[in-house]
Ligand binder design. Sequence first.
Ligand SMILES: Cc1cc2nc3c(=O)[nH]c(=O)nc-3n(C[C@H](O)[C@H](O)[C@H](O)COP(=O)(O)O)c2cc1C
Length: 219
Amino acid sequence: MTSFDHHRRPLVIGIGGTTRAASSTERALGFALRGAEAAGANTRLFGGTFLHSLPHYAPEDPQRTDEQFELIEAVRHADALIIATPGYHGGVSGLVKNALDTLEELRADERPYLDGRAVGCIVTAYGWQAAGSVLTSLRSIVHALRGWPTPFGAGINTLETRFDTVDTCSDAKVVDQLATVGQQAAQFALAFNAHRVPTAAPLGHAVKEAQPARLLHSV
Ligand SMILES: Cc1cc2nc3c(=O)[nH]c(=O)nc-3n(C[C@H](O)[C@H](O)[C@H](O)COP(=O)(O)O)c2cc1C
């Protein structure tokens, strides 16, 4: 076995949604995660209900809840992420931003924050203006976390596109766009991790085998 292990399925974590049971943002994220699965990834979704269970991140308080640890550990082991937020008053929603702020706990990791991870970005909004501006804003946040935004990001105008159930979308073009986001995140993870050598390894030593991804249920 060489350092080029193309057989391991990368783990793609989805973070996003709103508190609404029929969240179009979470449903859009589901389409993107299925795109990642089709490209060879395992996936795990942290949707609106889970994000709502996270306390407001308080850096000065050393106590963390089980849910905070669950998110932190999942992202720590992730090979790529997909983040989906609604545009709320011209910005990323507080619910999603709080989850991203919680990733401050990864600052001292060997791979700090989202280092070395592709991050697909999805925004829903009631109009094209917020869809575009919030997508730019979300990508800036990903850059701050040292992640690699995928070349294609999806901005969805939910005045025009409906997600009536978890697996139906009124616009086939949007379905393709969301699948592309997931596919690009998974493909980057496959390519990047095949060449990644942990910094802890002495220089010149090839990694014998990539770290196995935790087996997690797919959405
Ligand atoms: C508090 C709040 C603020 C919003 N602000 C904006 C906004 O600034 N621009 C916009 O286009 N849509 C805005 N919207 C609409 C949401 O972005 C849109 O409905 C989104 O698709 C909701 O996602 P969901 O279906 O997952 O709940 C806002 C909605 C709420 C509830």
